[in-house]
Ligand binder design. Sequence first.
Ligand SMILES: Nc1ncnc2c1ncn2[C@@H]1O[C@H](COP(=O)(O)OP(=O)(O)OP(=O)(O)O)[C@@H](O)[C@H]1O
Ligand SMILES: [Mg+2]
Length: 431
Amino acid sequence: MLKHLRLTNIGPADTELDFAERLNLITGDNGLGKSFLLDIAWWAMTRKWPAEVNPRLTSGKVALPSEKKKKAEIDFSFSGVVKTKKHVSTFEPRLQNWSIPPGRPANPGLVFYAMADGSFAVWDPARNYWKTKAEEALDRPPAYVFSPKEVWDGLQREDGTWLCNGLIRDWASWQKENGRPFKSLTAVLAALSPSSVEQLSPGGLTRISLDDVRDMPTLKMPYGQEVALVHASSGMRRIISLAYFLVWCWEEHLKAKELLGEQPETKTTFLIDEVESHLHPRWQRTVIPALLQVMSQLIASAQVQLIAVTHSPLVMASVEPIFDERQDAWWDLDLVSPKGGNVPVVTFIRRPFVRLGDVSRWLVSEAFDLGSARSLEAEEVLQDAAHILSEELIDHDKAKALDAKLRTLLGDTDPFWIRWRYVGEKQGWLK
Ligand SMILES: Nc1ncnc2c1ncn2[C@@H]1O[C@H](COP(=O)(O)OP(=O)(O)OP(=O)(O)O)[C@@H](O)[C@H]1O
Ligand SMILES: [Mg+2]
């Protein structure tokens, strides 16, 4: 579980965070460093950059110092399975990489990373961790890192050995066996579904091409058809791949631990970028509580830490019933103008989580910083209207012109009309 990160001379700004034990939500404008922070969190716990393990990835590259001539540092600590690991890593220009802690690395438990573009990574202590020099020499993969295509079609090592069969083959063979993995997959899909009407449930196996010999799993759609997974919508594919990835990782972990004669891990850190990506508002409202529930159901007696990036006010509103200041945190990235300085600085702020109830109130909160939850044009005209209403002597011609504009921009039932009409009728510029 990640406890602490301090970044010096890398990324958009120097920053320091003490993570909460369970849920960490990260908000902030585009380009301020949210995904970058997840990459660093992954690296701190696994010692490899995602794109270093799988060069087919288009993100997750090694972090480079902002100013080449200055010292760059990543100071991190995580609570491992045995003890808390603290380390200050410095960038080594000649290696173009970061110093890693000497000696046997600490074991942070299972680490999952779901990237914004559909890539996935897992670090499994049973399969990516060495305890002795002899084990290190076995050349095990340092982590399992999948590009979006590899999640579906399988992951191979350079020598051709298969590390993972991929979603399509595994789902079909699990379905034929109808054992524990298929039961877990069905349960995880059901738990991650947006509602009982729109339940993600497996249909029969089918073939989609004369040239593809794979049995293709299908999903039962609410409109009565069974749709091949490769034809499923973007939102469904995002959730299906997430469900498969979690079940595959956990099943392989169980098998590996059985071979090793050890108990499965209980500590799990899950980094998830743009958690709402492709999801309808109904789904955005359920995804975080469902993920927390799924992780604790799937992984027996799990201690789960979820670090999730979001651009969605619905995601923020959705955690109101479960948010607990003692184990959860909301981190907001903002551009802050320093006193006397003219260049704004990117700043990570741990904001107190206040229940706002309404999603539109989340839009105008510090999380998203919008002036209003309306169109930009309506927002501007309403500002003019509010300005006119605050004047002692209202210019009737100006008010009438604004009234015409408001009619083109506001809906008939907009609450603003009540005040506008009351003042207009009283003063006689509205009949
Ligand atoms: N490998 C890297 N080395 C150094 N800095 C990087 C690296 N990758 C990203 N950055 C920094 O992070 C910034 C982009 O941040 P990031 O991709 O995390 O944005 P974001 O907050 O996730 O935005 P969005 O909401 O659009 O996804 C870049 O402008 C750059 O300053
Ligand atoms: Mg991002």
